[in-house]
Each structure stands twice: as C-alpha cells, then as structure tokens.
Design a protein around this ligand. Structure first.
Ligand SMILES: Cc1cc2nc3c(=O)[nH]c(=O)nc-3n(C[C@H](O)[C@H](O)[C@H](O)COP(=O)(O)OP(=O)(O)OC[C@H]3O[C@@H](n4cnc5c(N)ncnc54)[C@H](O)[C@@H]3O)c2cc1C
Length: 502
C-alpha cells in the first residue's frame, strides 16, 4: 500500500485487495471522491441502501491520512466539551456527545455484517495532566464531559507508565486496524455492486439542476449526488480559510517487558501526546503520537521523531522503535468539523476539518451525508453545516490563519535562498532556492541526481517548502503537498508542479 509520504506507517503492510473497475458506466446515483475512511464508509452505506455508487480514488485505498493515522476511535474530541458548550451552547454539546457512541455502533455493525478481521476492540481512554495548568484544563474537561452525558470518572492510576497530576477515564472508546478495516469495507462495497476507480483524480465538479458533472483526469461522469471524501476540499473555496493543515508525528515501538497497555491515553500538553497498543503482522506495538505543527512551517521535520522517541524513552521500557511516520490533518476554525451540503449547492457534499478525530468524524460524515442523500434527514445537519460561520468561536482563528497564508504568499517570494551552484544543496536534501534569478524547488537525492520543480504551489501560488522526513514539497499556506517529481500528494490542489529541466 502506498501512502502520501516516504516514511512507512504501521498500516501499510496490509494486503490490498484487487479492486476491479467497471469503467464502462458514466452515470451513477452517487460519486464519491477519496478512498479513506470517509469515502469508503459513505460508498458502503449508500450502495447498501440501493444507490448505484462509484468511488474514485486519486491513488490507492488508504493513500491519504487513513493510511497514516493512529486510529483511536473517540467519543470526546480535540474540541473539548467545555469549549463546545461555551461556543455552541449546552444543547449542541450534548448533541455532539451523541456522535461518538453512534459512530462506534455503526463501525461495529459494519464489522459484524461483513465479518471483518481488523482488531476492533472496546477501550477505555485515560486523559491525564502533567502540570497545574493542564490540571485546571482537565478539571474543566472532566466537568463538561460529565455534563454532556459521557461516562467520565476520576482515577488514581492509569495503565500508562507516565507520572501525572490528575487523571480521568472515559469508557466507551474503541480502536482498530484502519487499513484492514477500509480495505474490507471496500470489498464489501464491491460485493454489493459498487464500482471503484483507483489512480484517477477528480479535478472539477459542476452542479446543474438535479445532478452534477464530475470531471477527472481521465473521464467525465454524471451523478445525482457527489461527495468530496478527500479530507481537504480541492481547489479554491471557503475551507481554505476555515480548516488549517497540520502535520502530526507517530512512532511504533516494542516493549522489553512484553506487557502492552490495553487502553487509549493522552496528556494535555500542547500539542498533546497520545498512546495506544496495536497488534500488526503478528507482533505487538505501542503507538505514540504528537509533535504537531502547521504544514510547511518546519525546517527540520525529522527532529519531531527524535523528540517523540526521547519523550517516550523516559517512561516506557522501549525495546525497538520500528516505525516512524507523519501525516496531515485539518483543524477547523471553530473546533467542529464541516460535514454536509456544500454552501449554495444541493447535490455536492463536503466532509473536512476533522482535526485529530477523523476515525469518528469520517464515519460520522458518511452517516450524515448518506442520511441526507437518502432523504432521511439528519439531526446533525445544522451543527456541522459547511455553510456555518460561528463568529463567536472561529473569527479570531480564521483571521490569524488567513493572515498567515497571505504572509507566506508574499514573504516567501522574496526570501528564497540565493545559490550559485546546485552543489550547495547537500545530498539527500531539498530547498526552495534562487539560482540565476529563478526561484525553484530542488531536491538532490543521495546519488546527486537533481529533481527540480517550479516553486509556486498550483493552488494559490505560495512557495512550497521542503519536508525532509516525508521527502515532499509542502505548501505553508493551505497544505497542498507534492512528491519530488512535483506530483500531487495532498489537495487542495489538483495540479502537479511543473518539472524544471536543468
Ligand atoms: C498522525 C495522525 C494521527 C491521527 N490519529 C487519529 C486518531 O487516533 N483517531 C482519529 O479519529 N483520527 C486521527 N487522525 C485523523 C484521521 O486519521 C483523519 O481525519 C482521517 O483519516 C481522514 O480520513 P478521510 O477518509 O477523510 O481522508 P483520507 O484518509 O486522507 O482520504 C482521502 C483520500 O482522497 C484521495 N483524494 C484526494 N484528492 C482527490 C481527488 N481530487 N480525487 C480523487 N481522490 C482524491 C486521497 O488520495 C486519499 O486517499 C490522525 C491524523 C494524523 C495526521
């Protein structure tokens, strides 16, 4: 399984089913772009309900963040319930609290319906504070979590070997192997008569009347409804300003003791660290994650793995760190994901801004959108509407994110490092440089071969920055990413960077 980065995640060893594509039909009831947890779940639910569906994936199943996640399935989120109560009101916070348990029931149902072997397990989550500031935060989170009706309890011990000031446990969480899950759901979708096209990118969708025209780099289709299950909504749209891209880092390691905590855990550092165990390929691991930062804003991404390793090494009896990987998520301006009808459109749906909770919110998006398409309505439609603009919760952050993008758009144009020779770029590294008056993004591989591409991101023109761990060009403005040949890895762009022939 390929992924949108050079590091291999724990999930990539999964055996990919051969997805047979029936490319003859150009008319569908529903077309879904993206084969991560959102797209695959939506396809399954809609096909099962009798719709004729097509999933179009730019690369392969699990290529996006679902192949680089850590797969905690939570009922409490990065937007803590105390903040949600403050920004959206108590009734909405209670509504939000219903989503997690519903999602876990849905995932369990899909697993049972299709006898999926993906290590799904019920888990208790432990949230702990490491200092007084975090303890104050934890107390607010604890009270609010109980208020919205979730089973939170204070505890004096956790299954993790990390000293804490205060800890709570929240029952009713879960975990699974995410790529085993989506591949099996994809097979079930095919068995129900669904169609899958891999290695095909949707580049544009136009709605007219009761249908939409879907244009890809290979075909043109017609559909009754269309879902962007692509994690980030491609091209230029309001989500560029309302959902900001972040990189997050994960490692998997074995323990000398051989005793693996059977729970989920997280502290309240900023950014927070999170932990759980996982069996993969017949071996047990602990997965730890954290060290998030804005995409394209870090000169030395590699150092975040070292920091994570050093941090866990203080507490766990680490035997061997076997995997290191990073991936991308999108933080919504007001804390809640954007799920539902695209603003002003009736047959085009968006699902984005999940923060670090996309196992739950991706499944939830599939449930909400399929309920709307199937004309059942959804009690969550208004709360998550992509057309909302919660001035109270999101305005300051939105202004900051937009200002940040404009700052990069202008500043990076004038600050590319001037070089006289390509030899100034060390082997195995990349940089956006100015050579003979031309700005370009150049990677010199370990053998000295030069790969040069245009620096201006094809989304909105900001200069891309080198990501030294995933060996990619990352845009600091809206998170578009490209491989060393300039081929798109992540939206919102759908166009490659032009290669420069040196
Ligand atoms: C390090 C890390 C750890 C995380 N841990 C957790 C966790 O523990 N629990 C949790 O709930 N969430 C977690 N998340 C978030 C969660 O993994 C994501 O929100 C979720 O995987 C997103 O799923 P998705 O299906 O929406 O998108 P993706 O998995 O990114 O899938 C989108 C797919 O769309 C395809 N695509 C893109 N553009 C196009 C196009 N134009 N045409 C066709 N196809 C296209 C891509 O190739 C990709 O395969 C984590 C995120 C990170 C970065």
């Amino acid at each position: 399984m390929e992924r949108d980065g050079a590091n291999r995640s724990l999930w990539q060893s999964v055996e990919m089913p051969a997805f047979f594509a029936d490319s003859t039909s150009k008319h569908y009831d529903v077309i879904i772009a993206g084969a991560g947890i959102t797209g695959v779940t939506a396809g399954y639910l809609l096909q099962k309900a009798g719709k004729k569906c097509l999933i179009i994936e730019a690369e392969n199943f699990g290529f996006g963040t679902t192949g680089g996640t850590t797969a905690h399935i939570n009922t409490f989120y990065d937007a803590h319930y105390d903040k949600v109560i403050k920004d959206f009101g108590e009734e909405n916070a209670k509504l939000l609290a219903q989503t997690g348990p519903e999602v876990i029931r849905q995932i369990r149902t899909i697993i049972e319906e299709n006898s999926i072997d993906c290590g799904f397990a019920d888990r208790t989550s432990y949230v702990f504070s490491l200092d007084q500031k975090q303890t104050d935060e934890l107390e607010d989170l604890f009270e609010a979590t109980k208020k919205v009706g979730l089973p939170a309890q204070e505890v004096t011990e956790t299954p993790f070997p990390i000293p804490f000031e205060k800890a709570i446990k929240i029952e009713g969480q879960a975990e699974f192997h995410p790529t085993k899950y989506i591949c099996a759901v994809g097979e079930a979708f095919l068995a129900l008569g669904g169609t899958i096209m891999e290695n095909e990118m949707v580049t544009a969708v136009t709605e007219s009347g009761n249908s939409a025209k879907v244009i890809t780099d290979k075909n043109e289709y017609n559909t009754g409804d269309f879902i962007w299950g692509t994690h980030v909504i491609p091209n230029i749209n309001r989500m560029n300003f309302l959902a900001a891209p972040y990189r997050s880092y994960a490692i998997a390691f074995t323990l000398k003791s051989g005793e693996y905590p059977e729970a989920l855990g997280e502290d309240l550092s900023s950014p927070y660290h999170y932990y759980r165990s996982q069996e993969a390929d017949g071996k047990k691991y602990v997965i730890a994650g954290g060290e998030d930062h804005k995409t394209g804003h870090e000169e030395d991404a590699e150092k975040h793995f070292d920091a994570l390793e050093t941090y866990v090494g203080q507490y766990f009896d680490v035997d061997e760190v076997t995997h290191r990987w990073s991936s991308q998520f999108y933080t919504p301006a007001d804390g809640l994901p954007f799920i539902g009808k695209a603003p002003v459109e009736h047959h085009v749906f968006w699902a984005t801004g999940y923060d670090g909770n996309g196992m739950t919110f991706g499944t939830l998006a599939a449930m909400i959108i399929s309920d709307i398409i199937l004309e059942k309505g959804s009690k969550y439609e208004e709360l998550f509407s992509p057309a909302r603009f919660n001035v109270k919760a999101g305005l300051v952050d939105t202004v900051k994110e937009s200002a940040d993008a404009v700052f990069h758009l202008i500043k990076d144009k004038f600050t590319a490092r001037k070089i006289d020779s390509l030899d100034e770029i060390p082997l195995g590294s990349g940089d956006t440089v100015s050579l003979d008056g031309k700005t370009m993004s150049v990677y010199r591989d370990e053998l000295g071969t030069v790969h040069a591409v245009e620096s201006a991101c094809t989304h909105m023109g900001c200069n891309v920055a080198w990501n030294n761990t995933e060996k990619s060009w990352d845009c600091p403005c809206h998170g578009a990413r490209y491989d060393i040949r300039g081929v798109v890895l992540n939206g919102p762009t759908t166009k490659n960077l032009k290669k420069i022939d040196l």
